[in-house]
Structures are given as structure tokens and as C-alpha cells.
Design a protein around this ligand. Structure first.
Ligand code: SF4
Length: 252
């Protein structure tokens, strides 16, 4: 946990580590590469979460709950935007609902922070959060990742989630999502894949999303073009940056 270079947040908090690849958006998972590095550096939390296969690190499927890190946000006195579980997926089937509830309680008791939770499993997120004991917290934003049109159903699932802000991360964008609909989604973050095996993102896919955002009133945040050298490709779209942020609504 700690400060981060991710453009749309201030800090990361990882009460869970480890994951399983789910769909094409996971292929070059940054967390998987990072977990292998942290394991090699001797960090116990990441031990055995990945293995080498075909010259790269892949998840073993082991999930580690790090209860010791649960209280970390309580020690941060300055309000922060906190990305929850950059090194896992809080709604992975092996994370027990009772543990998710403990994470919920920490977020409830630290209202000075704004929490951002992103999942590729919004169906489970909706099912869990519709349980009566989970309150809708005004400092928690809930989102899903969509990488191409094969997973557009995730937009329907995230619409079922009770939240003050619902968002979608279209990163890595590896195909058109023009067949989708962003109604009821407050914020869309768009980005191309970065890193040594980056897959290309076509400019027209980005334009399509901006158009969809204008139609549904969704805030549009263009994060990066990506590629092997993301600094070189930058984050300008039509000669400007798009850093729109969502405004909470009372309709949940
Ligand atoms: S769900 Fe997220 S953390 Fe898990 S493998 Fe996919 S990209 Fe990585």
C-alpha cells in the first residue's frame, strides 16, 4: 500500500493479494508481474502467488488475505483517494464475504478517504453488496473493467450495484465497445495497454467512447495511449487532455 503513479487516484491499499486470470483484459495483468517482482524481493505477502510459465509470471490462483493491512487507512490522517486492491480483485470467488465486510467497515469508519474499487467480477460484487448488512457508503465508488465487446454484460452488472458513483475502466481497451451503453454509469476511464507486450488501441474506439459518454452524461477521463513506452505516446487526445471527474448523484 502507499502512494501510486496511477493518474486517477492517490494511494493503493491491498487487503488481498493474488488473483486468477479471467478474460482477455487480464492477459498482461500488471499486478501479476508486480507480484512476481515483490516475491523475488522477499515480500512474504506475495510468496507463491505467481509462477514462471513460458518466460513470464502467471498467477498460481492462490489468494492471500492480509488482515494486518486492514487498518492502514486509519493511520492516514490526510484525506486520500484510495484504490482498493490494485494487486487482486476484492470480489474474487475465494475472498469470503465476511472478509469483504471487514473491508467495508474500515471504509465506513474512515469517511475522510474516498475509496475506488474496481472488479472484473461485478456479478459477484452486485450479489454481495445487495446483502442487507452492506450499507451504501457515500465515500465508496464502485467500478468494473471492460476491455472489449465480449464482456459488455459487466456494464449491466455494475448498474445493479448500489453506489453513489459507478464507474468503468476501459483499460486495456483492446476492441470496440460501441455496442455498449453507459447509461447509469458516472465515470469512464479509457486507456491503452502499456508494457512490453502491449496490444494496440485504435483511436476510433476512443472516439466512440467519448461519444457514448456525451450521450449518457458520463464523465470522460482519457488516461493514456499506452504502448511499449507510455511516456512517449502520452495522454493527449485531439491535442488536449480529458480529466473529467464524476459528480455524485442521489439516484443509486
Ligand atoms: S482480475 Fe485484475 S488482478 Fe485479476 S488477473 Fe485480471 S487484471 Fe489481474
Amino acid at each position: 500500500m502507499g502512494d501510486t503513479s496511477i493518474e486517477w487516484t492517490d494511494a493503493t491499499w491491498n487487503p488481498v493479494a493474488g488473483c486468477t486470470i479471467l478474460t482477455a483484459g487480464c492477459t498482461n495483468c500488471y499486478a501479476m508481474r508486480m507480484a512476481a517482482r515483490l516475491d523475488a524481493m522477499g515480500l512474504e505477502k506475495y510468496k507463491g502467488l505467481t509462477r514462471r510459465s513460458g518466460g513470464r509470471a502467471v498467477w498460481t490462483g492462490k489468494i492471500r488475505l492480509d488482515a494486518k493491512s486492514l487498518d492502514a487507512p486509519r493511520t492516514w490522517s490526510k484525506p486520500r483517494k484510495v484504490f482498493v486492491n490494485s494487486m487482486s480483485d476484492l470480489f474474487h470467488p475465494d475472498v469470503q464475504t465476511d472478509y469483504i465486510y471487514r473491508v467495508w467497515q474500515v471504509m465506513k469508519e474512515t469517511p475522510r478517504h474516498t475509496y475506488q474499487i474496481l472488479t472484473k467480477r461485478p456479478d459477484r460484487m452486485a450479489d454481495v453488496l445487495l446483502e442487507r448488512r452492506f450499507e451504501t457508503l457515500s465515500n465508496v465508488w464502485l467500478g468494473t473493467s471492460v476491455e472489449d465487446d465480449r464482456v459488455l454484460g459487466r456494464l449491466d452488472d455494475i448498474r445493479r450495484v448500489p453506489a453513489i458513483i459507478r464507474f468503468v475502466s476501459l483499460e486495456p481497451l483492446i476492441g470496440s465497445v460501441a455496442a455498449g451503453d453507459l447509461t447509469g454509469i458516472h465515470w469512464a476511464i479509457v486507456g491503452g495497454e502499456s508494457g512490453p507486450r502491449a496490444r494496440p488501441m485504435k483511436p476510433e474506439w476512443v472516439d466512440e467512447i467519448e461519444k457514448m459518454c456525451r450521450k449518457s452524461g458520463t464523465a470522460f477521463f482519457f488516461k493514456q495511449w499506452g504502448g511499449k513506452n507510455k511516456k512517449a505516446t502520452g495522454r493527449l487526445l485531439h491535442d488536449r487532455t480529458y480529466d473529467e471527474m464524476p459528480a455524485p448523484t442521489l439516484s443509486m
